[in-house]
Design a protein around this ligand. Structure first.
Ligand code: BG6
Length: 478
């Protein structure tokens, strides 16, 4: 007998900015995703000063889900989806982020979208902020470095939670809130927090301030959400990349603890309602001044999450041994990351490690003892459309099968409380990291290339029927 619960939430996941398009329709405001150009494999996306005519902004049209969602949801229903995770584009609801009144056209769009899902018995799972902060909040306030954004986020969340209180039960606050801990890369500072570093910034201090502001905002929303509807299940959304010690050298083991603490910081606050000692000590040691009040600390305690939503794509490895080849392009605290000799990588260099999923499911259960929800996992790959129109994406099936097998062991053998599994990019969408269309994750192919050309026609891949069977058998047939 399978260990997955009867009501296990099988489905798929996307984010508004990567799927919808319609970037300036329905009175939507410009979001931070709208000023990011297309990069390429190994080439960073450019963040422009507003929308500049003539530049290629892949999120502006994305896959036109804004107009085609009914067709796409029908395909998800055909696969048997029980859940569909997407985000609400904040700037559809509050075009500038600080508007006095919400935008009715934006609210109506999500009413229609959620109704369409519910019509097919698909549970909407909603992220409130998935790299889509209204651009105006960066321009006018400097993003989440400014604590005024706490109130803007709470107001926006209150509006959508009240509006959809009878349609949406599962919520998450900030997508992959801990990305920004990984070395203060410009892309992550911008997408997590709408921050562009300025001269004289101590990047670590700026990111800690923004993070604390987001954690306070998140906690307030969790509390408020439970008041709006006590049946709401409200989670956090973490990116988990377990960082293994390269060797049994105790220094490597401690380096791994240190690297993992950078990720756990966010989850510790979300789940335990306290700022952990290892972070307070760091602030003291570095002389960081992070602003928060006694009321904020109270809010953190009162707004702990119901479950932990997280993405899992890969693991990483850290070492303190000097002779080992390391790459420190995003080194934090002099941590040196290195290749794991036991693990292969994808065409984009992402290590493929199914056992790492079981490992992190165990670690999270031990640390938090909360239900877990894998809200992203998947294999970004180049696909080929054969002459007969088929797409044989066996590599994707293999990746997903291996991960589901490990997930199953975590449930059946390790006793992990797992709510569901929504693989990333269940239909091909714009890549977040590179802005490419040809880094594909979907069960459904979309005819569009990196230049933005194509008919947008949808086509089932081999993985479509495979995943349908997985859902039908509740994970028995893989
Ligand atoms: C996660 C994000 O980082 O990974 C998604 O939550 C993103 O938005 C996904 O798309 C995969 O990353 P990428 O760069 O391959 O699109």
């Amino acid at each position: 007998m399978t260990g997955f619960k009867e009501d296990f939430l099988w489905g798929g996941a996307v984010a508004a900015h990567q799927i919808e398009g319609g970037w300036n329709e329905g009175s939507k405001g410009v979001s931070i995703a709208d000023v990011m150009t297309a990069g390429a494999n190994g080439v960073a996306r450019e963040i422009t000063d507003g929308v500049i005519p003539g530049k290629n902004y892949p999120n502006h049209e994305a896959i036109d889900f804004y107009h085609r969602y009914k067709e796409d949801i029908a395909l998800f229903a055909e696969m048997g989806f029980k859940a569909f995770r997407t985000s609400i584009a904040w700037s559809r609801i509050f075009p500038n982020g600080d508007d006095a009144e919400p935008n009715e056209a934006g609210l109506q769009f999500y009413d229609d979208l959620f109704d369409e899902l519910l019509k097919h018995d698909i549970e909407p799972v909603v992220t409130l902020s998935h790299f889509e902060i209204p651009y105006h909040l960066y321009k006018e306030y400097g993003g989440f470095r400014n604590r005024k954004l706490i109130d803007f986020f709470v107001k926006y969340s209150q509006v959508v939670m009240e509006r959809y209180k009878d349609k949406v039960k599962y919520w998450m606050t900030f997508n992959e809130i801990n990305n920004q801990a990984d070395g203060y890369q410009d892309l992550h500072a911008f997408t997590n927090s709408a921050i562009i570093f300025e001269e004289g910034d101590n990047k670590a201090e700026v990111i800690y301030q923004a993070s604390i502001n987001e954690l306070i905002a998140s906690a307030k929303v969790v509390k408020l959400g439970h008041e709006i509807n006590p049946d709401f299940e409200i989670g956090c959304m973490m990116a988990y990349v377990p960082v293994y010690p390269f060797s049994s050298n105790p220094d490597d083991v401690m380096a791994s603890v240190k690297a993992m603490n950078r990720r756990f910081f966010y989850n510790d606050v979300h789940a335990k309602g306290e700022i952990p000692g290892y972070v307070l000590k760091e602030w003291e040691r570095e002389g960081f001044y992070i602003e928060y009040t006694q009321e904020d600390l109270q809010a953190l305690r009162e707004g702990t999450v119901d479950y932990i939503g997280f993405s899992y794509y890969m693991s990483n490895t850290v070492t303190e041994i000097n002779e080992v080849n390391t790459y420190s392009d995003h080194a934090v605290d002099q941590l040196s990351f290195t290749q794991n000799p036991y693990i292969q990588a994808s065409d984009w260099g992402w290590p493929i490690d199914p056992v790492g999923l079981r490992y992190i499911l165990n670690v999270l259960t031990q640390r938090y003892d909360l239900p877990l929800f894998i809200v992203e996992n998947g294999f970004g790959a180049y696909d080929t459309v054969e002459e007969d129109g088929t797409i044989q994406d066996d590599y994707r099936i293999d990746y997903l099968r291996e991960h589901i097998l490990e997930m199953k062991k975590a449930v059946e053998e390790d006793g992990v409380d797992l709510m569901g599994y929504t693989p990333w990019g269940c239909i091909d969408i714009v890549s977040f990291g590179t802005g490419e269309m040809e880094k594909r994750y979907g069960f459904i192919h979309v005819d569009k290339d990196n230049k933005g050309e194509g008919t947008l026609e949808r086509r089932k891949k081999a993985s479509f029927d495979w995943y349908k069977k997985v859902i039908e058998t509740n994970g028995e047939v893989l």
